[in-house]
Ligand binder design. Structure first.
Ligand SMILES: Nc1ncnc2c1ncn2[C@@H]1O[C@H](COP(=O)(O)OP(=O)(O)OP(=O)(O)O)[C@@H](O)[C@H]1O
Length: 315
């Protein structure tokens, strides 16, 4: 069917591509490079095409953050960009008279939220919602925010306050390997995909210094224990136990070397997330003693065996 857009035909060309509307062509062909548009509200006309072209131009120029009004759009660079997350940059955003005037960045969002708490404007409690599809970089972004607050929400003059903020950051960072071992899995989109939601609460005192933190998890994808889509895996912890248990533990847990379980597909894939030692270390730092750990892993291993009874083992 013939479609008319702004009075122009939108018939596909010889390559099957639809011709661009005149106003789109004008916008995309303008003198100012698209990559300079640091706020998507400046994109005019706002269409999927113009927004994506703008984000693409910025991505090609290694500019991974763009504002969209009061929302920040973060593109996943899929490569390390250390200068983008340096402590110097954190301090720059923290010290800026107007951080919103600096380039769009997750530290800008972090700082603005921190200032809202400080200025005691209602609501004093502030929330940052990090959302996106699997592999978009939500976990990464949350970690960046934690690191940012550990630096800024500590008194520069009080060594004690600095130590507390660092200790809280360390405990939260230590909770990551544990939660990831039990709640993350390798999926088609992300080798280390979180299969649960997380609510992290940072507590500040009256002088806006970090005094505590709480992490609440929800909506764990429990069905993954018994069913994994093809080419996906079960939760990391099962592979960690099978690959990382020492000789004594193998005897105790009835886990012969090289045993294969039908509920643990694709065990031949070696991921950096398979490291049992990292999980154990982090559990110890969180105060989970070696005997308690032993009981937890024993139960995990039994769970796999019981499930194995319901399904054909690998041949
Ligand atoms: N800002 C970034 N800089 C460099 N690498 C990044 C960045 N953001 C994400 N990545 C890379 O992308 C991978 C996937 O990101 P992440 O695990 O944060 O996604 P996610 O949105 O939490 O996914 P899921 O919902 O599946 O848990 C990371 O392991 C990391 O390698």
């Amino acid at each position: 069917m013939l479609q008319q857009v702004n009075g122009h035909s939108s018939n596909p060309d010889a390559h099957g591509r639809k011709p661009l509307r005149e106003d789109l062509q004008e916008f995309l062909g303008q003198d100012a490079p698209l990559l300079l548009l640091d706020d998507l509200t400046k994109v005019n006309p706002v269409t999927l095409e113009t927004v994506l072209r703008c984000l693409q131009a910025r991505y090609m120029a290694d500019t991974f953050y763009t504002n969209a009004g009061c929302t920040l759009v973060a593109l996943n660079p899929f490569k390390p960009v250390p200068q983008l997350y340096s402590p110097e940059l954190m301090r720059q955003y923290h010290a800026a008279p107007q951080p919103q005037k600096l380039k769009p960045h997750i530290f800008g969002v972090g700082e603005q939220t921190y200032r809202n708490v400080k200025s005691l404007i209602e609501p004093v409690n502030q929330s940052i919602v990090v959302s996106g599809e699997s592999g978009a970089g939500k976990t990464w972004t949350s970690r960046c925010l934690m690191k940012f607050y550990a630096v800024v929400a500590a008194s520069p003059t009080s060594w004690e306050s600095h130590r507390i903020a660092e200790r809280i950051e360390q405990r939260i960072l230590n909770s990551n390997p544990v939660m990831e071992a039990f709640g993350n899995a390798c999926t088609l989109r992300n080798n280390n995909s979180s299969r649960f939601g997380k609510f992290i609460q940072l507590q500040l005192n009256r002088t806006q210094q970090m005094t505590g933190a709480a992490v609440q998890t929800y909506l764990l994808e429990k069905t993954r224990v018994a069913y994994q889509a093809s080419s996906e895996r079960n939760f990391h912890i099962f592979y960690q136990i099978c690959k990382g248990a020492n000789a004594d533990e193998r005897l105790q847990w009835h886990l012969p070397e090289g045993a294969a379980f039908s509920w643990l597909p694709n065990p031949e894939r070696t991921l950096e997330e398979d490291c049992f030692e990292v999980t154990r270390e982090a559990m110890l730092h969180l105060g989970i003693s070696a005997p308690t750990q032993n009981n937890i892993f024993k139960v995990r291993r039994k769970a796999v065996l019981v499930l194995r009874g319901d399904r054909q083992p690998f041949s």
